[in-house]
Write a protein that binds this ligand. Structure first.
Ligand code: NAD
Ligand code: UD1
Length: 342
């Protein structure tokens, strides 16, 4: 069984290649490298001890995808390719809708042409907007998104749901990731954000390694245990495993269109200060911080009920926040400048 991994050179994709290889799945990576480099694939190749089939290209490039599907017999697609920076999506909505929504439409069109009818899609907890309560269940209302990035994920979910209704032989699994963090235990691959990180964990790691002076904690007056925002952090290696479980499910007799969408989180909420303290414990470094104003668009609490993934996919998170911090720290301290430290 050969899977096409769009966006496979990126953060989550690269970790998923290892999980797929361990599970015996064959794959080809397709990526335009707009937010990644071939170095991540070279490092994955070392970890899995074999060459990786890689084709450089854009998911909006119909001709290139046709060539790809002609060269390789693709049985299923894991679709990571997409732009993901929330702030940038507000400034450049057309670029985001074109890349994420239009790109997915082109990909789905080619899949139909080549009769490839299995897809696992990277969605996000962002589709829930500000939830009425926590833990968040898959049945909660979606679509109250507050930025073009989030709306692009919501639109793609709807497109996939409509496709499954229109063609009963088409199988889709939508994984709604909560907050992916951490890195492979080898410390050779990890998250390599461009410029100043927007997300908490890369920022904490860069403060600990001395690249940044202090962490700005966005808001200390939320209705949470210590006033700082609460999130469901999920180790990227656990997240990678969820994709293997999703492919197994799609390939099994258990697949049922009633269960297409799954929350992928730990099911536990940790505050910003919990993460800072855990990071300090494992790295034995101080992480200086200052509490500043809330960040526009942030919510107080977001964590998952992931029981459906456990029941149907047989997946649950195994790694702890200590593992997340140790592995982020190993990656950051071995590669202070990410993949440019070759
Ligand atoms: P990433 O930026 O590291 O990886 C995405 C990859 O897709 C990159 O290698 C990039 O070069 C590639 N890409 C982007 N547009 C492309 C295009 N038009 N054609 C071909 N390749 C293209 O991001 P990631 O963190 O690995 O995220 C993977 C997916 O998961 C994304 O769809 C993202 O929106 C989604 N997601 C990520 C998070 C997170 O916090 N990291 C949370 C929820 C959902
Ligand atoms: C962000 C995105 C969300 C995306 C998710 C995936 C925004 C508004 N939302 O969510 O769409 O799906 O990443 O990972 O960008 N924090 C600080 N200081 C920092 C950075 C973050 O205090 O320098 C706090 C935030 O206020 C929040 C928590 O840390 O309480 C986590 O923030 P972040 O890592 O950016 O993730 P989300 O905001 O949950």
């Amino acid at each position: 069984m050969k899977a096409l991994i769009t966006g496979g050179a990126g953060y989550i994709g690269s970790h998923t290649l290892i999980a797929l290889s361990d599970a015996g799945y064959d794959f080809v990576v397709y990526d335009n490298l707009c937010n990644s480099s071939k170095e991540s694939l070279a490092r994955v190749s070392k970890i899995i001890n074999r060459d990786i089939d890689f084709v450089e290209g854009d998911i909006r490039d119909k001709k290139r995808l046709q060539e790809l599907f002609t060269t390789y017999k693709i049985d299923a697609v894991i679709h990571f390719a997409g732009l993901k920076a929330v702030g940038e999506s507000v400034e450049q909505p057309i670029r985001y809708y074109d890349n994420n929504v239009n790109g997915t439409l082109v990909l789905l069109d080619i899949m139909q042409e080549f009769k490839c009818k299995k897809i696992v899609f990277s969605s996000s907890a962002t589709v829930y907007g500000d939830p009425v309560s926590t833990p968040i269940e898959e049945s909660f209302r979606v679509g109250g998104t507050t930025n073009p990035y989030g709306t692009s994920k919501y639109m793609i979910e709807r497109i996939l749901e409509d496709l499954v209704i229109s063609d009963s032989s088409f199988q889709a699994v939508i994984l709604r990731y909560f907050n992916p963090v951490g890195a492979h235990e080898s410390g050779t691959i990890g998250e390599d954000p461009n410029g100043i990180p927007n997300n908490l964990m890369p920022f904490i790691s860069q403060v600990a390694v001395g690249k940044r002076e202090y962490l700005s904690v966005f808001g200390g007056d939320y209705d949470t245990k210590d006033g700082t925002g609460v999130r469901d952090y999920i180790h990227v290696v656990d997240l990678a495993d969820a994709h293997v479980k999703a492919l197994n499910y799609i390939n099994s007799k258990q697949f049922n269109t009633k269960n297409l969408t799954f929350n992928i989180g730990m099911g536990v909420g940790y505050s910003v200060l919990d993460m800072v303290k855990a990071f300090e414990r494992v790295s034995k470094r101080e992480v200086p911080y200052k509490i500043v104003q809330r960040r526009a668009g942030d919510i107080a609490k977001c964590f998952a009920n992931s029981l459906l993934a456990k029941e149907v996919l047989g997946w649950s998170a195994l790694k702890t926040i200590e593992d997340m911090c140790i592995d982020s720290w190993r990656w950051q301290s071995n590669n202070p400048n990410g993949y440019s430290d070759k």
